[in-house]
Design a protein around this ligand. Structure first.
Ligand code: NG6
Ligand code: CA
Length: 521
């Protein structure tokens, strides 16, 4: 039981906060009266629903993430917007469904896919007076189509709403394997320029294909191009030897950059998008974490991720910012075991079930593709609890706009709904409709899940052990009765299928679905 004093304090804060955030046009002026919270999005890569203790992990323990869940709102129906990385990140940062921009997994030399006239979460929070930074995996493309890694790399995050960036440009398994800080590759020797190609080898150095004996982990064909740090990657690169990263240093390098950003901005409200490489392949945890789980590299990468999460929270505590920082902890897509490297993720899984009670995985149209751990922790303002409301990362844009007193205009965040009350645990009502993007589109409507039929399944899903969820017939599930999507009701509920398909079509055809902009869904 909370003491009367704590309850009174809490009530006072809530009243003050409601006054600040809920008074329409008065917002901007009044917002000055209360210090805006710092906002830290902790974005894990490929983390499944039950890959952390708070959501049922058994093969690994995650005390730091669990502590966030204990102290915050834990959502059981929280979603990234797509079952792969680039589209989810695109939606998180733009509040727009990724299909509107054909956003799909990008090569490491792809141009920036966020257009010049698209306002990002960073832009919006800058307008609210925030200092904005992104540290970690980007995977939204860089440059304008002919990126030269030896010159200023632009446009990138700095041209899209961020004051600071320190990036793994694409993924850990894609070249170029160098960090990019603001506009430049870190530690580049001008006499050893970088060349990157996704089409053909750029030198005659060994590849994973030609020299598997040089590798720490064997890889499939797609991941068997240039070898960097004894790991073969997707794509070819040469040069930049002094700048090449070491995978095992990711946790320390990224944590240090995040710490520095937070410390430098401790007197401003700041927004930090901390974007993990963990637990994506190649899973190369630092030796401090090797053997810390029962599941080999995939589990050890989860332990590493948990440690970094703890470091971020500890930094906030040391800076005296922990109470007034809103932390959103979540993932960019569901779990996958075999994603191209032989790291025994399948063999050492034991009783651990990465997707929890849900069917599918990363890439899949079934729930596990997008239903991911989702925690909102803000000690000053959120009362700890659990919520079953349907929430999506796509709504963070509009929700944080209201939180910080920014009015969305015109085509900003076209699919983002203001769900602030739900994110803060003050309302139980979730999204009425939500599109889930995978190899096909699905529509959630309360307990209903409709998966649109699509013609073909890609071959790679088979060898990865991924259930794509794509079928040549429509699928309809009642998630209240059938959480594991086993019983396709499409045949017996044709009316509902037609209705949901029509709504999905209308949502696709609309220029947006945000209330006040486009067709409201
Ligand atoms: C795929 C890679 C996979 C991973 C993924 C991106 C295959 C055969 N290969 O092309 O290993 O890199 O892209 O993952 O699937 S994501 O989390 O960034 O979307
Ligand atoms: Ca991912």
């Amino acid at each position: 039981m909370k003491s009367v004093k704590t309850q009174a304090n809490f009530l006072l804060k809530v009243l003050l906060f409601l006054f600040v955030t809920g008074c329409g046009h008065q917002q901007a002026d009044n917002a000055e009266q209360v210090r805006k919270p710092n906002i830290l999005i902790i974005y894990v890569d490929d983390l499944g629903y039950a890959d952390v203790g708070a959501y049922g992990a058994v093969g690994v323990s995650t005390p730091n993430v669990d502590r966030l869940a204990d102290r915050g709102m834990k959502f059981t129906d929280g979603h990234c917007s797509a079952a792969t990385c680039t589209p989810s990140r695109y939606s998180l940062l733009t509040g727009s469904y990724a299909f509107r921009n054909n956003a799909a997994i990008l090569a490491g030399d792809a141009p920036l896919i966020i257009g010049e006239n698209t306002r990002t979460l960073g832009d919006m929070l800058k307008e609210a007076g925030y200092r904005t930074g992104v540290v970690g995996k980007w995977h939204l493309g860089l440059g304008d189509g002919s990126v030269d890694w030896n010159e200023a790399i632009t446009p990138g995050p700095l041209e899209r709403g961020f004051d600071y960036s320190f990036l793994i440009p694409a993924t850990g398994d894609r070249v170029p394997c160098v960090y990019v800080e603001n506009h430049h590759v870190v530690g580049l020797d001008r006499n050893d320029p970088i060349t990157v190609s996704y089409k053909k080898p750029v030198n005659d150095e060994p590849t994973g294909m030609s020299h598997p004996e040089m590798l720490k982990q064997l890889a499939d064909k797609q991941h068997s191009n240039t070898i960097v740090d004894s790991i073969s990657r997707i794509g070819y690169m040469t040069g930049g030897k002094a700048a090449l990263w070491k995978d095992e240093e990711f946790p320390d390098v990224l944590t240090a950059k995040a710490r520095q950003f937070m410390a430098e901005n401790k007197d401003n409200p700041f927004f930090l998008f901390f974007s993990f490489h963990d637990i994506h392949v190649p899973r190369m945890p630092n030796k401090r974490f090797v053997g810390q789980s029962a599941m080999g590299p995939r589990g050890d990468a989860i332990v590493q991720m948990d440690w970094v999460t703890g470091q971020l929270v500890e930094t906030l505590e040391q800076l005296g910012l922990a109470e007034n920082t809103l932390i959103i902890f979540t993932s960019d897509n569901g779990p996958v075991l075999n994603d191209g490297y032989e790291d025994e993720a399948v063999e050492l899984l034991g009783a651990h079930v990465p997707a929890g009670p849900f069917r599918g995985s990363k890439y899949s149209a079934y729930e596990a593709g997008t239903r991911v751990p989702t925690i909102a922790c803000w000690p000053e303002m959120i009362t700890p609890g659990e919520s079953n409301a349907l929430v999506s990362q796509i709504d963070l844009f509009a929700s944080l706009a209201r939180l910080t007193g920014v009015k969305l205009a015109g085509s900003d965040a076209p699919d983002s709904h203001d769900m602030l009350e739900t994110w803060l645990g003050r309302s139980d009502s979730g999204r009425e409709y939500l599109i889930e993007e995978a190899l096909t589109l699905s529509l959630r409507h309360r307990e209903w899940k409709y998966i649109r039929s699509a013609p073909s399944v890609r071959d790679w899903t088979k060898y990865k052990g991924v259930e794509s969820g794509v079928s040549e017939v429509a699928q309809l599930f009642n998630l209240h009765e059938d959480i594991a999507e086993q019983n396709n009701l499409a045949g017996e509920k044709e009316d509902r299928v037609m209705q949901m398909d029509a709504i999905l079509e209308a949502m696709i055809a609309a220029k947006g679905t945000r209330p006040g902009y486009g067709q409201e869904y």
